[in-house]
Structure formats: C-alpha cells, structure tokens
Ligand binder design. Sequence first.
Ligand SMILES: CSCCC(=O)C(=O)COP(=O)(O)O
Ligand SMILES: [Mg+2]
Length: 231
Amino acid sequence: MPIRAILTDIEGTTSSISFVKDVLFPYARRMLPGFVEARGNDPEVRRWLDAVAAQNGGLCDDRMTVEVLQGWIDEDRKHTALKALQGMLWADGYRNADFTAHIYADAAEALREWHDAGIPLYVYSSGSVPAQRLFFGHSSAGDLTGLFSGWFDTEVGGKREAASYQGIAEAVGAKPGDILFLSDIVEELDAAREAGLQTVLLDRREDYPTERSGEATHGHRRVETFADIGV
Ligand SMILES: CSCCC(=O)C(=O)COP(=O)(O)O
Ligand SMILES: [Mg+2]
C-alpha cells in the first residue's frame, strides 16, 4: 500500500524511554514547586493548576496540587494538564542547556530522508505540542522541527482511541490507509489500525530488552530501527 504521510510517536519510537523517564520527568518533578510559586498566577499556568485541583474535589491549595502532579509524574500519567505544565517546565531546561533531547541516530536519518523525499511527517505524542516542538528543536541530532508538517497531542484524543487517528487523518487531509503510524505501544497501534492506518511496531532493544514476538506484536509489523521500515 502506498504511504503518503508518516505519523510518529516519540518516547520509545524516535527516542529512548530512559531519556524521558530518567531525565525529563525527574527535572519536571524537581522544578515544579518553584515553578508554581513563581508562575502560579500566569493565566496559562493557573488554567492547568485549576483543572488538576477541580479533578481532585476542588479543595486543593497549590501545595496539594503540586503533590498530586508529582504523584502523576511518578505514575507516568498521560494527563493533558500535567503534559502542558511539563512542557512549560522543560522550556527552561532546554533554554539553559540542562539537557538535550535524545533521538536515535537511525530515526533522525530516516526522518531527514523521508522529508527530502517529499513525504509529510507528523508527530503524535502524549507530550504537549509545545513540548514536542522543544524536544525536536533541541535534539541530539540538532533542530529537526523543520522536518515536520504538523503536531498532535492528547487534545485530539487519547492515543489508544481509534477516533483520535480518524481526527488526525482528517486534519492532515489524507486517507487513513495512506498514513503509516509508528509506535512502541501495541495498544496505540491497535487503535490506529482500527481507524484504517498502516502500522509498524518499534521494538528497540535498548527500551525493550526482551524481544516482542508472536502474540505480543498483535499482528503489527515489527522492526528494531527506522532503517528497517523501508518506506
Ligand atoms: C515530547 S514530550 C516528552 C515525552 C512525554 O512527556 C511523553 O509522555 C511521551 O509519550 P509518547 O506518547 O511520546 O510515548
Ligand atoms: Mg511511545
């Protein structure tokens, strides 16, 4: 089947899980209390703090809200409010060069090749769109933002829901069957396949030391690097 657009996940797909879990999440956890104290009255920050407080019975003061958010970071909750706040926190880290976003060399190379071949590239991650732009703008392979034609986060819907992929196909103006979705999570690939997208499972040894095979792949084509995708 022809591929007219490629949609990619980030964590575990273009980039290592350990960079997100061992660098980005601890940074956000550490910086959160000072950030809320300094910027808690900015409307863009307040909006998300209030959303978290409302979800917890509306009785939270900021200190309690910070504790709730730190708990969500520990649980790796993909909550839109947490992801929006994390994006704001990481902006400082990238600006101060506290870290550079990890991208697998094979992913950077393939993304450049596909872009040069005229294939539109899109990102779909639980990380907020501003966080995605920061990530690819400060990556170990340089500023890759120019390679992408569009960005999607959980504002379009959850990554395990078929409707999200239908929404993305409509937004990019392509037939679902012409889009290839890349992810390390089989439940995300299941949802994309249900919406009619083509799928490939990234099964990177660094992220998943035990190879996923047989039933664990849910019938999705499996590769270990972007070089094996063969678009
Ligand atoms: C681009 S922001 C850092 C990644 C992140 O916060 C996250 O939750 C990654 O989720 P993904 O959907 O890319 O697996
Ligand atoms: Mg992922």
